[in-house]
Write a protein that binds this ligand. Structure first.
Ligand SMILES: [Zn+2]
Length: 428
């Protein structure tokens, strides 16, 4: 099946595969470079990008001879690679808008927790829900975010906090992977919080993760990555390291929650563990920024840990936004993700994430789009499959409504500017 798209006003995020950037993500100044072709065509074969270029070259490069089965006229439209959302908690049992209202009324976190709120509330509800129920609601959310332009996504466990609950979540994610056309990565986050019964017995819960959960996850190949919530009052950097090393023996690479609330050594440990990404980063010391900006060493296979920022969580929690400008100016590689979850970011809308990054974090539109596509793909080790317009990559494309420029997308925040979304060459 061949599809030819013609008269594209601007084809955005055009990159050669195996370009020098593709093996380490876009860092520092590179983030501001977003190559594009004006008045372009694009050819898709069997769901994969086969050729592209300027309209004036369409006839001369023989592309017409491919005899397209279908032709789409994209006059006036921008085509942008689909968003690559590298950090979500999309499987959950129920929303938490009662807590949202309680917070507006001035209730403290402790009071909300005493009323049965927070992560442990989500965990109780998740353990009560059936696998089928969880799958149905997660599938609806996945469809919702794909209509908003997301074409690749990472999904975490972490609301089970029991052997059965965690495995149930990971099995739901496995089914989503099998059924969906989106590229999906699965992360085991058993170390999200301590469940009630282990409040005073941290070692007991870590033993449960290492001895009861991980062997099954390894055997059934239920996850790609392992995550730990490294914060004061949750898991220390030492505990994170111990859990990650155990996960790594089953082939799970670390992808970690660090420095949302405190700087307690999570970044240093994460880099030592060759983490695929270090996520949140609202609270950073100068030393942390220096560590994040260091280029990858050869022992790390040339891959560096992607610094992943989650502006919608900072927005929803009314916390300071992560210092994107400082990170970029120091030469870091940064990605943007939604953190879609019921407690701190009940939205998986990457268009809004890109807007917030520009409005609140002083990122240029080009930087934000790169961070939400190419670097998001890198943060899921999918950079050879999605994240840019390149021959051989999946045809996961956002067709915008007629807009004057790329900058118009984050500028007119909250407005739906997506006309249609294509996943693997098919409109959804
Ligand atoms: Zn998260």
């Amino acid at each position: 099946m061949t599809t030819l798209i013609t008269n594209i006003k601007r084809l955005v995020g055009v990159r050669k595969t195996n370009s020098p950037h593709s093996d380490r993500g876009l860092r520092g100044k590179e983030l501001a470079e977003l190559p594009a072709i004006e008045d372009a065509y694009l050819i898709i074969e069997d769901g994969v990008i086969a050729a592209y270029g300027a309209m004036q070259d369409l006839k001369s490069d023989g592309s017409r001879d491919r005899d397209p089965k279908s032709e789409i006229n994209a006059v006036g439209q921008l085509i942008v690679p689909c968003w690559c959302d590298s950090h979500t908690h999309l499987v959950f049992a129920s929303s938490r808008e009662e807590e949202f209202v309680d917070k507006i009324k001035g209730m403290s976190y402790a009071e909300i927790a005493a009323k049965g709120g927070g992560i442990l509330n989500s965990a109780r509800k998740l353990n009560d829900a059936s696998e089928a129920q969880l799958f149905t609601t997660a599938w609806e959310r996945l469809e919702e975010v794909s209509r908003l332009g997301t074409g690749a996504i990472e999904i975490k466990s972490g609301y089970g906090l029991s052997v059965e609950g965690e495995l149930k979540m990971l099995r739901v994610i496995k089914r989503l992977k099998e059924r969906s056309n989106l590229s999906i990565k699965s992360t085991f986050l058993g170390a999200h919080a301590y469940p009630w019964e282990y409040k005073e017995n941290h070692k007991g819960y870590i033993d449960l993760i290492i001895n009861e959960m991980l062997p099954v996850i390894g055997k059934e190949k239920l996850a790609d990555y392992i995550d730990v919530f490294c914060e004061s009052g949750f898991f220390s950097a030492e505990e994170m390291e111990m859990i990650c090393r155990a996960g790594m023996t089953y082939g799970l690479k670390p992808k970690l929650h660090v420095n949302q609330l405190n700087s307690i050594g999570g970044i240093e440990s994460g880099i030592k563990l060759d983490a695929v990404s270090l996520d949140h980063l609202e609270t950073l010391t100068d030393e942390d920024i220096k560590s994040l900006s260091a280029p990858a060493t050869l022992e790390m296979g040339g891959r560096s840990s992607m610094a992943t920022l989650l502006p919608s969580a900072a927005f929803f929690l009314r916390m300071p936004f992560p210092p994107a400008r400082k990170l970029i100016d120091a030469g870091c590689a940064i990605a943007l993700a939604s953190d879609y979850n019921p407690g701190s970011s009940p939205s998986g809308n990457m268009n809004l994430v890109v807007s917030m990054a520009c409005i609140q974090m002083n990122m240029l539109p080009e930087e934000a789009v790169n961070a939400a596509t190419m670097n998001g793909a890198y943060a899921m080790e999918l950079e050879n499959e999605v994240g840019s317009i390149a021959v051989g990559k999946k045809a996961n494309l956002i067709f915008t409504k007629p807009v004057p420029s790329l900058a118009y997308l984050p500028y007119s925040f909250g407005t739906s500017l997506i006309d249609r979304v294509m996943i693997k060459g098919e409109f959804i």
